[in-house]
Ligand binder design. Structure first.
Ligand code: F6R
Length: 601
């Protein structure tokens, strides 16, 4: 989604801003722009499409030391040069992430005051709002403060005012923003990766805070415009993850990292004993109900989590899409734990669901990858997955790490609730140890999945079917395939197909049928036969060798304790999607219209 970077200091700003924008490129965008002070005046250059297009228009040697840059993912108004950021109105030039929800109301007021607008964006309206207030107040900080009270919605702003050439301003509400310091100057950025090349020291701005950033000084003001002291964080990792290490795509690299991601995640909470789980998860004991809330793939991990926790811990779990949950009537109470799942920790709907639960006095727990992200900071309990930086827009390793956490939670709760007995626990622990190697072996088998992909990649639609936990996995397999290959794909509960959808099955329509739950395999096979009889090309994914001839291709999943099996089952589906997309020459790491971190609702 949109990215922000700004720099003020003794070094030239354009190379730093462009470097920062390139570090944020993986998040997805459709135009880019930059604004900087040159000879006391603000120059703005922007272009549709990739940063490479913008770079052609820039002089990297320009004597410019204070500037802001932006990659835009269109929300209000199509992706073109006019709507690209930065926007300028009067004395203000700004870049913006988020959505100003009351922008049309503000726009009408401003039009009545004589303002004219060039773009279709809410950002230009925000910019005019600053300019309008400033005419009255003649004080930049007061202007930003008053504007923050007028805006409804989410924002992170980088702001230049032509009356103050030696300062860069920043403010936020809901959308993330950091201020970072280096020996030769200071930065603002929407995300840590944008500044990691230059510094790992940064401040997280909180909602309604305003930062005044000079070459050698950072001052942060709270919502009452009082100066406050902020903690300086140090980012421990590097952005080395941003290299493909010989892989053709980040997605492929990240799939291959999954054995390590699994070990890192599990080993962080589990040392081979139930005591380690007790130490990390004992707070879970007091809840008799769980709501899991998330979006997209994170929602799909929640569905697998539900299956595992209900089956092995006998605790009822309700899984909801965050964009629905945040507006619906919730029947939670003090015995309910609300679990938010988010790789980025910044997904606007998931964050809003978290805030809603907190406002209602419900205990929250987040499963998050990005350390220090908004969801991680605001949830009462946080469980970090150890996936490292995920660059490909389509999640793979973070999804697998989330599954690993749900397996651990189900093991712990199952044992606590006396559903898992000592001998079964011992078996599960033994299988946990085998997992990294099994994950590696499953990935190493990629050629067999690629061969299947080569046979189906030209189809216009591909179905996934499964029952129970296998349906949850089907949903993720289907999402992975459609988001990167643009082939229409839908996942169905295997028994549901005949209630309508089976009419879409024609000769050679690929149907990927997942059947790993031993209690449901026979039922799923009956449903597979129904589609096979109508000409479907069946790709059967199971941990049991098929005894009859109802399939065209077979993907064997290694049998392991069912609490862990979904972690193996998803891997061939990821690799299948990857190869189908590759054969179709799709932009695998940056699929069209998608963004890595969805910070708007
Ligand atoms: C799909 C994908 C998305 C995300 C979703 C939630 O491959 O990555 O569906 O899972 O946008 O994002 P996070 O996990 O950052 O909240």
């Amino acid at each position: 989604m949109c990215g922000i970077i700004g720099f003020i200091g003794r070094d030239k700003c354009i190379p730093k801003i462009i470097h920062g924008l390139e570090a944020l490129e993986y998040r997805g965008y459709d135009s880019a722009g930059i604004a900087y002070f040159k000879d006391g005046k603000i120059e703005t250059i922007k272009e549709e499409g990739k940063i490479a297009n913008l770079k052609k228009l820039l002089n990297f040697n320009e004597d410019a030391y204070n500037g802001i840059g932006h990659t835009r993912w269109a929300t209000h108004g199509e992706a073109n040069k006019t709507n690209a950021h930065p926007h300028t109105v009067g004395k203000f030039t700004i870049v913006h992430n988020g959505i100003i929800e009351n922008y049309s109301e503000l726009k009408n007021e401003l039009i009545n005051k004589g303002y004219k607008f060039k773009s279709a964006t809410d950002t230009e309206v925000a910019c005019a709002t600053f300019d309008d207030i400033y005419k009255e107040e003649k004080d930049i900080l007061k202007t930003l403060h008053i504007a923050s009270q007028k805006f409804r919605g989410s924002y992170a702003f980088g702001i230049l005012c032509s009356d103050d050439t030696s300062t860069l301003y920043a403010m936020r509400n809901t959308s993330p923003l950091i201020v970072a310091s280096a020996a030769y100057g200071n930065f603002i950025a929407s995300d840590v990766p944008a500044i990691l090349e230059f510094t790992n020291k940064y401040i997280l701005l909180d909602d309604y805070e305003i930062a005044k950033i000079e070459s050698d000084k950072i001052t942060v003001y709270d919502k009452d415009l009082q100066v406050i002291n902020k903690k300086i964080n140090t980012f421990a990792g590097t952005f080395a993850a941003a290299a493909k290490n010989g892989y053709e795509h980040f997605m492929l690299k990240e799939i291959h990292e999954q054995d390590k991601v699994f070990s890192d995640t599990i080993n962080f909470y589990f040392d081979g004993t139930i005591d380690s789980l007790e130490k990390n998860f004992s707070f879970l004991k007091k809840f008799s109900k769980i709501d899991i809330v998330a979006c997209g793939s994170a929602y799909h991990t929640g569905l697998v989590g539900k299956s595992l926790i209900e089956e092995y811990a006998n605790t009822p779990v309700n899984v909801e899409v965050a964009s629905e949950y945040r507006y619906k009537k919730c029947f939670y109470d003090k015995n309910t734990l609300v679990i938010l799942v988010s790789q980025s920790g910044e997904t606007a709907d998931t964050l809003a669901a978290l805030r809603k639960a907190k406002e209602d006095g419900i205990t929250t727990m987040a499963i998050v990858n990005v350390i220090g992200s908004s969801i991680a900071r605001e949830a009462e309990h946080v469980i970090y997955i150890k996936a490292g930086c995920e660059i490909a827009v389509a999640t793979t390793k973070a999804y697998l790490a989330q599954l690993a956490i749900f397996s651990l939670l189900a093991i712990y709760l199952g044992y606590q609730n006396k559903c898992i007995k000592e001998d079964e626990l011992a078996k599960i622990f033994t299988d946990l140890e085998k997992m990294p190697k099994l994950i590696k072996d499953t990935i190493a088998n990629y050629e067999s999945y690629f061969n299947i992909a080569d046979k189906i990649y030209q189809n216009k639609q591909i179905f996934f079917i499964g029952r129970g936990i296998d349906y949850a996995l089907s949903m993720e397999g289907s999402l992975k395939l459609k988001e990167i290959s643009y082939i229409n794909s839908v996942a169905y509960q295997a028994g549901e197909l005949k209630h309508g959808t089976i009419s879409l099955i024609e000769k050679n329509t690929p149907v990927i049928a997942i059947a790993t739950d031993k209690n449901l395999i026979e039922k799923t096979i009956s449903n597979i036969k129904e589609v096979k009889a109508r000409g479907a090309y069946v790709i059967y994914v199971s941990n049991e060798e098929p005894k009859e001839d109802f399939y065209d291709e077979f993907i064997k999943i290694t049998k392991i304790h069912p609490l862990l099996e979904s972690i193996l089952t998803i891997i061939p589906l990821q690799l299948l999607a990857y190869k189908v997309a590759k054969n179709n020459k799709c932009d695998i790491d940056k699929p069209r219209n998608l963004a890595k971190s969805v910070t708007v609702e």
